[in-house]
Design a protein around this ligand. Structure first.
Ligand SMILES: [Zn+2]
Ligand SMILES: [Zn+2]
Length: 153
């Protein structure tokens, strides 16, 4: 799928945008928050908390799990990271949907994700759910399937 793979300049731009977004809200992208976001961006796909802890350890800055979850929680709140429930993992936001909710396509073969920001689709789904009296839980709507790269030829 490759939607999350960014080049180094693209990653740097996303970090800058994240810093700006935090500053606009009177918040700070601290060194730790930035490092965690960088790791997620570098991985270019969903990362489990365990792998994040390992990456921090490898980079010589080990952190306790509680700190990792707190940091991920901050990044989630700011919309800089999305949680992928299907994989019990986290993925850096690479889109420009600015807080709008989105669909997250999850490939069950390569475990990559792709953001689909389609407000029209989202709202028609929401309308239908409303009619059914069903309220949507927070976060993105995950669609599990097989991406074009993994689809049998
Ligand atoms: Zn996003
Ligand atoms: Zn795939």
């Amino acid at each position: 799928m490759g939607g999350n793979e960014g080049t180094a300049p693209k990653r740097a731009a996303l970090i800058l945008a994240a810093e700006r977004r935090c500053a606009e809200r009177g918040l700070r992208l601290t060194r730790l928050r930035r490092e965690v976001l960088e790791i997620l961006l570098e991985r270019g796909g969903p990362v489990k908390a365990y792998d994040l802890l390992e990456a921090m350890r490898d980079s010589g800055r080990p952190i306790p799990p509680a700190t990792a979850y707190r940091t991920l929680g901050f990044l989630l709140e700011q919309g800089l990271v999305h949680r992928v429930n299907a994989l019990n993992a986290y993925v850096a936001c690479t889109g420009e949907h600015a807080g709008r909710r989105l669909f997250l396509l999850v490939c069950s073969v390569c475990r990559r994700t792709e953001e689909i920001d389609d407000p029209e689709l989202y709202h028609s789904m929401l309308r239908r759910l409303n009619e059914l009296g069903f309220s949507l839980a927070g976060g993105s709507v995950e669609v599990q399937g097989i991406c074009p790269c993994c689809a049998p030829g």
